[in-house]
Ligand binder design. Structure first.
Ligand code: HEM
Length: 389
């Protein structure tokens, strides 16, 4: 029941509950041996996520200069006033209208992926729905042509997983986006990259480095997290057949179901890193200046001080308040898109395959490891109820 041991990815909650009970913040060590502070209570999490004395700006010493310029301009790695400016410029191209306009496309992609299940008795929902759906949607949104997505998918996987090929994958992606940007400038289309390249706000606009960094952030931030959400939703619904039947009878419940999945099985296990620029006191604990801090979204979204009966999957609780998309100025820009995709994916999957259920015992499921993500690596699902004998 220790943090980050072998049993942790499948069930992080006992270890997190112990920490949360002991106090709001704890000095821990990542599996890679890096020490940081983990915040485990809801009140203190909101404080950490809104306190301007915690900075997102950190040196990227390990990266070659041609990459550093595109990466350090990403808004998730900037404080105000840079963050304010970047977020304002991208928000103009990322409006609720543009997201809602994606609905028919998301439904079409989902239906095509589900059509592909027809011949199978069992499918891996991660491989066949949860990963390809958000990837195709973000490619459509940005305007990455279908024929160019194959290699891009491989680079983006490497960027998320990290490892020896990381710098190479980043270099390829940055070069790819620079080239795509040139093409969009020469021939603008009705897509986000063309829109971002054209946005001028009070005489201000995004530089090429900023545009490339933004495109990369959107792909990387948007893709694996949404895959985790869809996988975790299918998993939780399959383990709660009563809720699965209710959703099947009333697809209007999809928004409430997706919110409860975000709370119970938060797809980003943690926030991203912040560094203290002065000491901060949370409860009895003082975190010194110069330390890395992460919020455990998994822990705070089950904080009994905030959520009654927190370990029960209850889409009817209706009180919102989970921090699965963060809080404050860095609140997830893609939340409306992630919600829309997950609602469409789960309601259409169970409408089409009402008895779809996980095909293996909990102990056989494979989960992603590491600190940042909470999701399944694969999720074998049996599409039809076993035939009556
Ligand atoms: C279920 C899916 C998703 C989850 C759980 C999620 C979670 C988060 C969280 C927790 C943050 C804040 C991190 C922090 O403050 O340390 C964040 C920020 C962000 N997310 Fe998401 N995200 C999801 C999907 C998406 C999608 C689909 C996109 C884009 C298409 C996206 C783009 C972003 C961006 C750009 C930021 C940075 C915003 C800023 O710095 O102001 N995310 N996300």
């Amino acid at each position: 029941m220790a943090l980050f041991d072998d049993a942790y990815p499948a069930n992080p909650h006992p270890a997190l509950a112990e920490l949360r009970q002991a106090g709001p913040a704890h000095r821990v060590t990542s599996p890679a041996g890096i020490p940081f502070w983990l915040v485990t209570r809801w009140d203190e999490a909101r404080r950490v996520l809104t306190d301007p004395s915690l900075s997102k700006q950190q040196p990227m010493d390990g990266l070659p200069p041609h990459l550093r310029s595109a990466l350090t301009t990403q808004m998730l790695l900037r404080d105000p006033p840079d963050h304010t400016r970047l977020r304002r410029l991208v928000s103009a191209g990322f409006t609720p209208r543009r997201i809602e306009a994606l609905r028919p496309g998301i439904e079409r992609i989902t239906d095509r992926l589900l059509d592909g299940f027809a011949a199978d008795a069992e499918v891996d929902v991660i491989d066949r729905l949860a990963v390809p759906l958000p990837f195709e949607v973000i490619c459509e949104l940005l305007g990455i042509p279908a024929a160019e997505r194959g290699p891009f998918r491989a680079w983006s996987d490497t960027i998320i997983v990290g490892g020896a090929d990381l710098v190479e994958a980043l270099s390829q992606s940055v070069a790819y986006f620079r080239d795509l940007l040139d093409r969009k400038r020469a021939q603008p289309a009705d897509d986000l990259l063309s829109a971002l390249a054209g946005i001028v706000d009070d005489g201000d606009r995004l530089s090429d480095d900023e545009l490339v960094g933004m495109a990369l952030l959107l792909v990387v931030a948007g893709h694996e997290t949404t895959a985790n959400l869809i996988g975790n939703a299918v998993h939780l619904l399959s383990r709660n057949p009563e809720q699965r039947s209710r959703l099947r009878d009333d697809p209007g419940l999809a928004p409430a179901v997706v919110e409860e999945v975000l709370r119970m099985a938060s797809p980003s296990a943690t926030s991203t890193y912040r560094v203290t620029t002065r000491p901060i006191t949370l409860g009895d604990t003082t975190i010194p200046a110069g330390e890395q801090v992460l919020v455990s979204l998994l822990a705070v979204n089950r904080d009994p001080r905030r959520f009654a009966d927190p370990d029960t999957f209850d889409p009817g609780r209706g009180d919102g308040g989970h921090l699965a998309f963060g809080h404050g100025i860095h609140f997830c820009l893609g939340a409306p898109l992630a919600r829309l995709e997950a609602r469409i994916a789960v309601s259409r999957l169970f409408a089409r395959y009402p008895d779809a259920a996980v095909a293996v015992a909990p102990s056989e499921l494979r989960w992603r490891t590491g600190v940042l993500m909470h999701g399944l690596r694969s999720l074998p699902v049996r599409l039809h109820a076993a035939a009556a004998r």
